[in-house]
Each structure stands twice: as structure tokens, then as C-alpha cells.
Design a protein around this ligand. Sequence first.
Ligand code: NAD
Length: 703
Amino acid sequence: MSKIVSYELIDQIGLITVNNPPVNALSHALRQGLQEAVNAAQNDASKALVLLCAGRTFIAGADITEFGKPPQAPSLPDVLTTLENSAKPIIAAIHGTALGGGVETALACHYRCALASAKVGLPEVKLGILPGAGGTQRVPRLAGVEAALALMTMGNPIAAEDAASMHLIDRVLQGEDLQAAALAYAQELVAQGAPLKRVRDLQIDPASIVPGFFDAYRRKLAARARGQIAADRIVSCVEAAATKAFDEGLQTERELFMECLNSPQSRAMRHVFFAEREAAKIKGLPADTPVREIGQAAIIGGGTMGGGIAMCFANAGIPVTLLEISDEALERGLGIIRKNYTITVQKGRMSQQEMDARLGLIRGTTDYADLASVDLVIEAVFENPDIKKEVFVKLDAVCKPGAILASNTSYQNIDDIAAATGRAADVVGMHFFSPANVMKLLEVVRGDRTADDVLATVMKIGKQIGKVCVLSRVCYGFIGNRMLTGYGRQAHMLLLDGATPAQVDAAAEAFGMAMGPLAVGDLAGLDIGYKARQAREAAGETLDPATHCIASALVEMGRLGQKSGAGYYTYDPQTRARKSDPQVEALIREQAQKLGIRQREISDEEIVARLFYPLINEGARILEEGIAQRPGDIDIVYIYGYAFPASRGGPMFYADEIGLKTVHETIQRFARELGPQYWQSAPLLERLAQEGSSFSEWSRSLQ
Ligand code: NAD
């Protein structure tokens, strides 16, 4: 028997212990060991078997490093058949987080118990696949069709008590001694002469399902999951569970599992899974780099971003001081935070008590002297380099030695900001995304002189406040906003060439973006870009009117976007639904005429290429310059910061999927057809395209 699975007999209970650190993933050796243990136990003196795991958790899922490799027997479904057919009842004893194949293993046992602190979940949908070892057949038999669908199409873990109320768990164990409590439960079952309960023997009452239920559920999902096939196929599996015999349902599950596993979507989502973990690692920074203690934080500026950032800290239980320029501004900032929490309470997603506790962690001030003892300060004042430097000079004067001084700037040079202080090593960028309490991305910007322990601390605290951190070097706009420039520019130029706002946004949304670029412009406010352009022109820059003339004209007409009820679209005051506006279409024609542009029919294919290839191309430059550590980091920035569809894996993964040769050749064609000004392949893209290579191969070759 493999060392990963051990077996001992304790008072006539056979105890099977799995020990495959760190998370007891269902590797080949584990599957084999488990099967052997159950077979061997059939012939000994045991009356029942307990399956539990050593370490911090019950089986936390498949070993996804085995994905894409030739399968090795025994397969998980075969092992689960062995478990289910055991002549002695098997009791799964769960602690930590049982996920995916771990839950499916427990469901093939005859009884399930769990510590109250345990969680269970079937997160396969997040990797573009579905529970493929009977989960889709067993969960609805225990929990009912609707609860099973919610669990598997959302993929979020639930607490042991909730799993018990869904009948997925038979007994929530008291205390923390899993082995003792599970053995006692097993003895209790033996004493009762408890039967071999096999989930496969349960039947779903067809009368409990409203006619048309599954199709209605699929439609509801289509709106939420935008063309992601896994969630849709889960519905088909659950429908099979409700309408077919168990083995037939398993067959459906297997076929649909294989379809998902071999789909480009799942390939993309598995890439995202690994890329997210990889992004947390900073090359060249030893894993044991010390971190500074962050007991208290402070935010400078309580506007759109500062308020949201303060909420992130309060939500993580870290006391935070919010500094504003005046009592009035402070009251406004704190008022918005209060309002945001109140809405959450009204929606029933937070208790009043919890809201009070979080608000209690946020303290307002207008006096820098109150920041003397904080460990981390994040500046989020107006995007003006002089004001920012002034703030950092003050922070340098009042903050204790060792305090980390961060800026949430979107574009400014962190090295210049650091130079305004006498402690450049303590200065770093922490670039949040709006709304800061919701968006998961945090770009951590490393200045030339930022200390290693400051970086390690910020990556850690970022994770603690629920963010996915990606490291960027200093450049204008860092990774995300720098890449966005070309995307926004093409959205605008496509209008001049003859596409309508609705057509551009629909093509981007059909591609999978949560919202098209022009609708995003309306949401953010067209005046923001307008003011930025004014500042650049005041500083002597000449801007190409083709990149902004429509946006500027809209602002000058008072159409600032959603906040003024109209921008590229008009908005329904009640529902905020967007509607095309003939006035805007006339404006676009007029502007095109002014610039001498002959408008033409534009295909959706052209829109997609013109929007997304500039992202890829700028991404290639960012890689070559060492601004981003890896192509996967750029993908994570776009997925978590800009709602790029995870099912396409991020812009750089998408580029590899379509082939860099195609991207490069299309850029060359656009250079000929649209002019070379904005269409020149990045040297790295051109080279890799000529070599027939990819960003991921290039990245691997650097390791
Ligand atoms: P905002 O105008 O909503 O808020 C700025 C706040 O800073 C105001 O409340 C103002 O009173 C306060 N302030 C100004 N000078 C100050 C000073 N000297 N001391 C203390 N407080 C002062 O702006 P915002 O959208 O929250 O942006 C803040 C920063 O975050 C900018 O650097 C911006 O580029 C960056 N950022 C913004 C977004 C976004 O989508 N809004 C996203 C990422 C980063």
C-alpha cells in the first residue's frame, strides 16, 4: 500500500488516513492507495470504515497538474465505485475545505460527518469543467435539483452547517478532535446497525420539478455566464440526474465532462488558475523575505478611491484612519462609506452589528499628526503630481520610521514621488481599481528603490484585504492603463470609420467583455478623459483629433455619460438602460466628415481585432521592457481589473491561442489599410511570430 494512504484497526473501526500534503489532492498514488485500503478492509475484523485526512484539510480536489496527461488507472470514478460497493459502511470525516473530487469522494461514501469549521464546495465550473466523478448525479439526489444547481454553477464553497441542511452531510461534529469524533460517530452507526446508504439508490421525484424548469434555468445562466459552456452542461447533467437512471446519468456526466475538459474555455480558465497563483511570486525575492507588521493603516483622500480602499481595510478587520483636506470633505467621504455599508445591510448581505463594527474601525481626521503611529499609508488624492508630492513630504515628516508610504496613482511616476521623501525605499505604488471595495485587482508598483521587504509586505497585505496582486514596474499607466490606451483609441476611431457605438460595444460584449469600451466611458464619465487631455494640451502636447474628437464634442454638449443621463448613449433615468441616440450618430458622421474620413461598413471581426490586438501588442512591449514579470501576470490584470473574460484566459493567452503570426500579420494589414501611425508590431511580437513561438513559450524560456 502506498505511504500516502495508511490503515489501522481501532476498536473494530478501520481507519483509513490519507496523507498527501499540502491539500491531499487526488493524485494517482492517492487513488490507488485508497482503492487498495478499501479492498483490504473487506476481509478484516472491521465493522465500518472511517476515511479521514491528515494535515490541514480533507481532499481538496483533483491533482490538476495531472490534467492534460494520459490518465492512469484507477480513475477516480473507479475508486468511487469501489468505495460505494464496500460491504462495510464507509464514513467520510471532513475537515478544512473539501473541494471538487474530495466532495465527490465523500458522496460515494455511505455517511458523511464534518467539523463545524469545515467547508465543502464543487468549484469545477471556475476551471471551465464540471464535477466529473458522480458529483452532478449525487448532489441533486441528496440536496434537490435547485440547491444542487446553485452549488455547482456558482462553484462557491459552503459551511458544514449549510451542507448539513442540504443533506450533503449527516452529522456536524462537535469539538476539534476529528479522529475521536469520527470514530465515535462510526461506533454509534455500528451499534445502531445502520444500513449501507448509497446515494445512487435515491431517486428524484419527477413531480417535484416544474415543467420547463431546466430550460428556464439555462436562460437565466446564459445572462450571467455569457457563453461559458460548463455551467450550461452542469444543468444538462442535473437534468439527467432527475430524469435518467443513475448509470445513464453518469454516462451523460462523463461525456459532458470530457467536452468541457477539451474545450478552449477550460484550457483558458486553467491557465488563469495557475497564472493567479504565479502572479503572487516576485522573481528574485526569496520566499523568506521578512514582512513588516501592519496593525494600522491610513488613507489620504476620502474620494471615490480613498473611501473604497478604507472599506477594504475595515472589512479585513484592520483599523484605518481616513485623512481629508477639510471637515466638510471628510464628512462627505465618511458619509459615502456609511451609505455603501447601509445598502449592503439593506440587501441582507451584512448585519447591522457587522456594519457598526466595520465603521468603528474607520476613523476620520484632518490632522497629519494623527498618522504618527500608522504602519501603512495609501495616498489617494487628486491625480496631480504636485499635490501628491506635497502629501508625501508631509507624510515623510510625520510617519514613524519603517512606515510604508504607498500611492494609488493611476499614472504618475512612483520614483519621482519617492524622491520627494527622504525614505524612497519605503515608497511603493498600490494601484486599486474602481470601485476599490469590489474590484479584485491590485497593481503593486515597484519603484527603482523600493525595498524587498516593502514589496513582500504589500503583496501580503493585498492578499489579506482580498485582492489579487500583480507586480508592475514604473511606466506611464503601469500594466493595465498603459495597455488600455490603444483599446480606447480604436474604439473611438472605429466610430469615425463607420461603426456605431452600439455595434462596437456589442462586438466587445459578444467577445465576452462585461461591458463594451464606449459604455465603460459613459459609466466612468467622459469628462475625466477630457480634463486629462486639456492638461496634456496645456503642457504643450498636440493630440490627434481622430483619437478624441467625438468624446470631446460630447462633453462640450454636456453629455458626460451616465451621470448626466447621456454620453455615447442616452440612459433611462429609472432603469439606467442604454439606448442608441440618432443625435450621437449624426455627430459621429459630422466629425468623420470634418476629418475627411469616408465611412464604411465595419464587420464585427474587424472591431474585435482592432480593439484587442492593440492590447496584445502593448502587452508585448510591456513584457519586453520588463514592466510585467510574465504574460500570465498581464492576463490577471485584465481579468480582475478590466473584466476581460476569464474564459479567454486574458489577452496574452488569447494571443497565443489564435497564434502570434495571425496577430502580427493582421497588425501589418491594418498598417497598410489604416495607416502605420498606430499599427506597428512590438519587436517581441514580431520576433515570436516569425519564430512560430508564443508568449508562454518565451516566458518559460526565461525561467
Ligand atoms: P476623487 O476626486 O474622487 O478624490 C480625491 C479626494 O482627495 C477628494 O475627496 C479630495 O478632497 C481629497 N484631497 C485632495 N487633496 C488632498 C490633500 N492634499 N490631502 C487630503 N485629501 C486631499 O479622486 P479619485 O477618483 O478617488 O482618485 C484618487 C486617486 O486614485 C487619483 O490618483 C486617481 O488617479 C487614482 N485612481 C482613480 C481611479 C478611479 O477610477 N477613479 C482608479 C484608480 C486610481
